[in-house]
Design a protein around this ligand. Sequence first.
Ligand code: GLN
Length: 484
Amino acid sequence: MELYRLDISEARRLLDKKEITVKELIDSIYQRVDAVENKVKAFMTIAKDHAYKMADAPQKTINSGRSLSLSGIPIAIKDNMCTKGIRTTCSSKILENFIPPYESTVTSRLKDNGYILIGKTNLDEFAMGSSTENSGFFTTRNPWDLERIPGGSSGGSAAAVAADECIAALGSDTGGSIRQPASLCGVVGLKPTYGRVSRYGLVAFASSLDQIGTITKNVKDSAILMNIISGKDSCDSTSAPVAVPDFTRVLGHEIKGLKIGIPREYFIEGMDKEVETSVRDAIKKLESLGAIPVEISLPHTDYAVATYYVLATSEASSNLARYDGVKYGFRAEGKDLMDMYMNTRAQGFGAEVKRRIILGTYTLSSGYYDAYYKKAQQVRTLIKTDFEEAFKTVDAIVTPTAPTAAFKAGEKADDPLQMYLSDIFTISVNLSGVPGISIPCGFTSNKLPIGLQIIGKHFDEESLFKIAYAYEQSTAWHKRRPNI
Ligand code: GLN
């Protein structure tokens, strides 16, 4: 087997048995990148020299017989997490040449664990989008069908994992940006509980919703990565002082007797029939494994998209005020300071980012604050309460991840509202702060992957892993690879 096809555990086994070296594994990954990247375009930056420099230390650790779980494992990082000395663009012209002077907490934890940074992956500019078409540079392609988008905003990370251009990746998820591209690319994507993973060094989009998580070839790899990136960080006051269990321990546990909520509001008109059939089959599968499906209601679901777009844009308008041509990256000419600010922002930001800054500035402005921002915060509480009520009777909730499989590039690019609906099933999870995972659960007749979303209680990623793993081990969807 080609080494680039390995998952984390298998690579770990071969490295530890000295059947392969870290360098051979990196060679294989870059051979793969050379072969497919011109078609997939997953990466903003390929960190080849840096990766080989990183290889010595983990190889020594392995040779000493004391390897850590990621010693020598090639991983790709979404380009909105700061990597010291390596360009971090957020796929925005305004940060095109920004080289961070510091390391994000997640990548520094991966580093301490011996990972190899393969490269930084493409995204919708500042993580605003569902297709990577909003990248300030280029659109990533779906490895299952190059005419289609990989989802977004972590489309580069999801495509890189699906195309075997890395062993695993990190993404970020504000309204669905890990789960939706994972679903569209046929890989596993986990958005942890808000506060489970430090956001220090993650370029902020909407701080009360943003969360870093994993994109992997299977459920076990996600648990392995979560063991490393989770936990309280003194640099992020919103990271929670909650104990981090060994997430791999629950893998293989029975799911017999677990109650799984099926929300009525998530099986809506407009949902693709093939998606619905696959998700319904997946529910039957879980039932055959002993889980008990229970119909539930999340009555405020209808308001989620509107609530999200008020809150996310409000927070974004504030967070993005810092890009003024003075402190970071790009600076345009101007006849005076104000002119320089305006030119920098006019030239540096793309259309979607500007749209959101304008919308968010409006919803926060004094005359409209009560009508929009405050109202949206109130509705957010109602949405969160829906989940709390549901979790009084069920252990987890199962839904489709996205209403359709991957769409064609250009199909929704000119219609922001259509694009916003891509996240209709994932957004409430961020508004409530609970964790959600997307796993492959079938294919359309066009051979495009379909994803199943499992949602859990706050800080109960373990139930997600248990259910997701049980499902994965009794199906073969995750073993299919795109023919690229
Ligand atoms: N697609 C959603 C948006 O455009 C979610 C993005 C994300 O999760 N970062 O805001």
